[in-house]
Design a protein around this ligand. Structure first.
Ligand code: 13P
Ligand code: SF4
Length: 310
């Protein structure tokens, strides 16, 4: 697999040029997540983590938003920018973690534990956000939970991120048993092996990793946080415990440093479904379009806006 050196072969170049023309015709902006393929990051107007993508979608000046990421990201854009046409180039690009909680299950939990405040990781459906008090991403989860001090909190759906936040704050949280199938593939043995091969390297991991991985890490943060850490660190070598797509940006911002993916299994199949051809086709057809029912959208927006206000 290509890690971050950019694909400039003829076909990619031709598709990128077609996309550039279509983008202008459609008055479209392309937003991409750091886990996208290198060639998708290269044609994007903005590449960011989940929080940055939501912030951008909320203020964007365009008629069409092409969200190169997974379904919940496009849905967040549709919730925050209802006057825009939001396109997800690959309709099947979902997030298995987001599917681990549904609105019905959450309603049942709230009935069992009256008064509990629900902090909802953005990796969730609009219906689930609509049932939640406030959203968070991995870059602001600690701050969001802190803002609810003294209250009974249920953290959904990522058990690992919730446990990480609880540990940082020294607080007990009720945790929903969801997890990221991609980060879950990383084992402690992978980290120990990588440390043996690169003894001077710093281990940087995403909080979606299992607890035993986080305990081995030198630094834990969202994708944007890991990139900033690598940029500002004096170290030259890094063992990277998150999805492979991040290597593209890491090599762009730190061309003289070395990044070692902690495991070749750190590839999110859903993030990799988006291709240049699909972005081109989506711009032509303005489809697949992501929309959210108005009554759900309004409630989900409240939970997202409470997060953005922090
Ligand atoms: P962040 O970019 O917010 O760290 O999100 C990671 C992720 O798993 C998105 O699916
Ligand atoms: Fe979902 Fe994990 Fe893929 Fe992110 S990396 S989209 S959390 S499965």
């Amino acid at each position: 697999m290509e890690h971050g050196r950019g694909m400039t072969e003829g076909l990619c170049q031709a598709l990128a040029e077609e996309i550039e023309i279509l983008k202008k015709e459609r008055k479209a902006v392309i937003l991409a997540h750091y886990y996208q393929r290198p060639e998708i990051q290269d044609i994007a107007d903005f590449v960011g983590d989940s929080l940055q993508l939501s912030q951008r979608a909320a203020i964007i000046d365009a008629e069409v938003i092409v969200l190169c990421g997974v379904h919940f990201m496009a849905e967040s854009a549709a919730i925050l920018a209802p006057d825009k046409v939001v396109i997800l180039p690959e309709a099947n690009a979902g997030c298995p973690m987001a599917d681990m909680v549904d609105a019905e299950g959450l309603r049942a939990y709230k009935k069992r534990v009256p008064g509990v405040k629900v902090v909802c990781y953005v990796n969730s459906s609009a219906e689930v956000k609509a049932e939640s008090d406030i959203c968070c991403t991995s870059s602001n989860a600690v701050k969001v939970v802190q803002s609810l001090q003294g209250q009974d909190i249920l953290f959904i759906p990522d058990e690992n991120l919730g446990r990480y936040v609880a540990r940082i704050l020294g607080q007990t949280l009720q945790l929903w048993p969801g997890y990221c199938k991609t980060h879950d593939r990383l084992t402690k043995e992978d980290i120990l092996k990588a440390r043996k091969e690169h003894p001077l390297a710093k281990v940087i991991v995403h909080p979606e990793c299992r607890e035993e991985i986080c305990q081995e890490a030198d630094y834990i943060s969202s994708t944007a946080g890991l990139i900033a850490y690598a940029q500002n660190s004096e170290s030259h070598d890094f063992i990277v415990g998150t999805e492979s797509g991040i290597l593209h940006r890491l090599y762009q911002v730190c061309p003289d440093k070395e990044f070692h993916l902690a495991s070749e299994r750190l590839v999110c199949p859903n993030m990799k479904l988006t291709t240049l051809a699909k972005v081109r086709d989506a711009l032509i057809a303005l489809s697949p379009r992501i929309t959210v029912k108005e009554e759900i959208r309004v409630k989900a927006k409240e939970a997202l806006e409470r997060m953005l206000a922090l």
